[in-house]
Ligand binder design. Structure first.
Ligand code: AMP
Length: 214
């Protein structure tokens, strides 16, 4: 089963994707994570995308489609979760072509609905463990008082460079201009299901699982 998690920055796509990886053996394909890895390891492509990402603009379709193309032919044991991809109509068309060319299907597009105020609060408060990727939030799930990740014990916590108000405003505008048309695109293909993204992590997960088990 291959699914897309669709929603603005801060909707909780990454958090929900990680839960599905753990509980259902699915494979998370996050273009944001792939681009951050390229940037951190200083590859040519990483250098090209660094400024674009810091501003909160979208990286070119060509680059992100190339990243997904490489992964889609690889291991797909429990199905792919596309997280942060596609973000434009051209990317959505390319994904359809790539899946068809590898005899795979797109089984669900789950739109995570949240309001803008919640996004700003979530994003400016979030951090992750640099070692295992566990997510924290200053308000709802603070980093443990002993300064060690509750999952792996590492004390290397990170905040994303683009999780600041200026960049976030731009990321939201990019979402409304370029990504939100995908809601209509997948609705017209009868593939779209909306879930309320505002609840507790476990509640949102339960709504997603219900869609997957339908
Ligand atoms: P994310 O981690 O999904 O919030 O992505 C972080 C940043 O990476 C975005 O603000 C974009 O600059 C870039 N990015 C990630 N995925 C894509 C995509 N599918 N298309 C274009 N840019 C992307």
């Amino acid at each position: 089963m291959n699914i897309i998690l669709l929603g603005p920055p801060g909707a909780g796509k990454g958090t929900q994707a990680r839960q599905l990886v753990e509980t259902r053996n699915m494979v998370q394909l996050s273009t944001g994570d792939m681009l951050r890895e390229a940037k951190d390891s200083g590859t040519e492509m990483g250098k090209i995308v660094a400024d674009v990402m810091a501003r909160g603009d979208l990286v070119t379709d060509e680059i992100v489609i190339g990243l997904i193309r490489e992964k889609i032919e690889g291991d797909n044991k429990g199905g792919f979760i596309f997280d942060g991809f596609p973000r434009t109509l051209a990317q959505a068309d390319a994904l359809g072509d790539l899946l068809a060319a590898t005899n795979q299907t797109l089984d669900a597009v789950i739109e995570m609905e949240v309001d803008d105020d919640a996004l700003v609060t979530r994003i400016t408060a979030r951090s992750t463990c640099g070692n295992c990727g566990e997510g924290y939030n200053d308000q709802f799930k603070p980093q443990p008082a002993d300064g060690k990740c509750s999952v792996c014990g590492s004390s290397d916590f990170k905040r994303r460079a683009d999780d600041n108000e200026d960049s976030l405003r731009n990321r939201l505008m990019e979402y409304y201009k370029k990504t939100s048309p995908l809601i209509g695109y997948y609705y017209a293909k009868d593939a779209l299901t909306k879930v309320n993204g505002l609840g507790e992590i476990a509640e949102v997960q339960a709504s997603i699982v219900e869609v997957l088990d339908r």
